[in-house]
Design a protein. Structure first.
Length: 104
């Protein structure tokens, strides 16, 4: 007999099943900045309104839940880690020579 773990067991550790504290802080900061810009800027044209709500839209995009990942912020961080680290992998396998043929 084995144990059956439900697929969504990790969601119980998140707020509303999708966000952690850092995500909520990010979206709250973006929302507050957008609200301040809406109050300060004279909203006369569509472009100024888009500039005012851009911080909220960007932060909402970053914390939007994605299947197989937590959110877009995690995907961006993984891509930066992948391309920012060493890409030459050293072979250390089970072979007798470990890839060093001809050395004696």
């Amino acid at each position: 007999m084995g144990y059956l773990i439900p697929a969504n067991s990790k969601k119980q550790m998140l707020i509303a099943g999708a966000f952690n504290k850092k995500d909520l802080i990010i979206i709250l900061c973006g929302g507050v900045i957008s609200l301040i810009l809406l109050l300060v800027l004279p909203i006369e044209t569509l472009w100024i309104a888009l500039i005012a709500i851009t911080p909220g839209l960007i932060t909402a995009f970053l914390v939007f839940p994605i299947p197989n990942y937590h959110n877009m912020l995690v995907i961006i961080r993984n891509v930066i880690d992948f391309y920012g680290t060493r890409q030459k992998y050293v072979w250390k396998g089970w072979c007798f020579t470990d890839g060093e043929q001809g050395k004696e």
